[in-house]
Design a protein around this ligand. Sequence first.
Ligand code: XMP
Length: 326
Amino acid sequence: MENNKRPESMVRITTPELADAFIAEQVDLVRKQVGDKKVLLALSGGVDSSVVAALLIKAIGKQLVCVHVNHGLMRKGESEQVIEVFRNQLDANLIYIDATDRFLDLLAGVSEPEAKRKIIGGEFIKVFDEEARKLEGISFLAQGTIYPDIIESDGVKAHHNVGGLPEEMQFELVEPVKLLFKDEVRVVGKRLGLPSSMVDRQPFPGPGLGVRCLGAITRDRLNALREADAILREEFSNAGLTDKVWQFFTVVPDFRATGVKDGKRAYDWPVIIRAVNTVDAMTATVPEIDWAVLKKITDRILSEVPGVCRVLYELSPKPVATIEWE
Ligand code: XMP
C-alpha cells in the first residue's frame, strides 16, 4: 500500500521541535479522519500503544475509548501505571479489565511454550472482542503499528503478540505512528508528556511474564517471578544500570531445589537473572554486572520473596541461547 511506505524525504524525528511538528500534523489528520466518531484502542501500556493513546487523547479526547486488559502476566505495578497515567493524569476514557483468573485458569497445566503463547493471544482477543461488543458507536480501531511492523510483518502489528481481530470486527484503522521507527516514537511520547518509565522501557513480550514462568504456570511461581523482577529492576535502577543494560528480567523454572531456611530443610524455587546487551535482539552479549550489585539483589530476593531458595546469574550469549527462556 502506497501510504504504508515511508517517503525518502521524511526527516527522522530526533528533536522535540520535530516531534511537535509531527504531533500537530497527526492531530490534524486524525481529526479529519475520525470526525465526531468514536475510536477504540487496546492499550497494553507498552511504548507504541501508549504513545498512540496520548496522541489520540490530544486529538479527540473522550472520543477515544481505551481498553486495558490485565492478563495477570504483567510486571509489578504496570496496570496500575496505565490507570494512573491515562485515567488520572490524562483524563482518558479508559476501561480496565482484570482478566487474571480467566487467563490463569486456561493456562493451568499447559507447559508447552507455543501452546501457552496461543492461549494468551487467543484469550486476549476474546476478552477485547467481548468488551468491544458492549460498546456502542465505535467506528474506528486505533493501533500502535510502527514502521518495523510494516517492513517485517506485512503491517500486522499484533502478529507475534495476539493475532488478529475476528472478521466482523474489522473497523477502519487509525495508525498515527505507522511510519515511525521506535526511537522516533519515544521522542514523540516524551513530548506528549508520557513518563520515561513508560516511553523508554525495555521490550516486554506480549505474553508477558507467562514466558518467564517456565512450563505450566502456577500462581505461587508467578508471584515469586513478579516480586523478584521488581527487586531486580529497583536495584538495577539504584546502581545506574537501567540505561546501560538493554534488557533484564527474572525467570522462574518449573523445578525446585533444596535449601535451608530457619534451620529447616526447604524445597523451593530458583530464580534466574537474565541480562543482555544487544543492538537488534538478533545477537546478544551478557554484561559483567558488579558483584556487589548481584549480591544485593540475591540477598533481597532470598529474604523478601516467599518460596525462593536460590538465585542464579545467567552467562549464555545469543546465540546459542535465545534472550527469553521460552
Ligand atoms: P529471543 O528470546 O527470541 O527474544 O532471543 C528476542 C527479543 O524478542 C522479545 N520476545 C518477544 N516479544 N512477543 C513479543 O512481543 C513474544 O512472544 C516474544 N518472545 C521474545 C524478547 O523479549 C527479546 O527482546
